[in-house]
Design a protein around this ligand. Structure first.
Ligand SMILES: O=c1ccn([C@H]2C[C@H](O)[C@@H](CO)O2)c(=O)[nH]1
Ligand SMILES: [Zn+2]
Length: 130
């Protein structure tokens, strides 16, 4: 169990800006460069302008030089697990492979492990472009 990744996601959650939903989320990526990149959700008074924790972490990874997601953890402050939303699944898939592992965590640690292929089956891929 990647405890360090869970702890990084939980630490990142403290930076969430979620005054509207009051649903802080943290995400942590272990990238192909061996580094861990983190993110939190950042909401906005104009509600559709806010975004999820996962794209914050992906943006940090890209700007830090990471190219691929090796594994990723997501945790929410509320007790329920936080499966990435549909849009985030597509964003994660951009930098993942079918076997990339995504860990859904609660405050006790990793509770569910999914592969990218399980998280986003029948995904839109480059082959789909023809
Ligand atoms: O996978 C998810 C799902 C939701 N949220 C955020 C969006 C919003 O700020 C709050 C409530 O939906 O949770 C994430 O950060 N990641
Ligand atoms: Zn999302």
């Amino acid at each position: 169990m990647p405890r360090d990744l869970f702890e990084a996601a939980r630490d990142a959650m403290k930076y969430a800006h979620a005054p509207y939903s009051k649903f802080p989320v943290g995400a942590a990526i272990r990238a192909d460069d061996g580094k861990v990149y983190t993110g939190a959700n950042i909401e906005n008074l104009s509600f559709p302008q806010g975004w999820c924790a996962e794209p914050t972490a992906i943006g940090c990874m890209v700007m830090g030089g990471g190219k691929k997601i090796v594994e990723m953890a997501v945790v929410a402050e509320k007790l329920a697990l936080c499966p990435p939303c549909g849009g985030c699944r597509q964003k994660i898939a951009e930098f993942a492979g079918p076997e990339t592992r995504i860990y859904l965590c609660d405050d006790g640690g990793v509770q569910k492990t999914l592969t990218m292929d399980e998280l986003l089956p029948f995904a839109f891929k480059t082959e789909s472009l023809g």
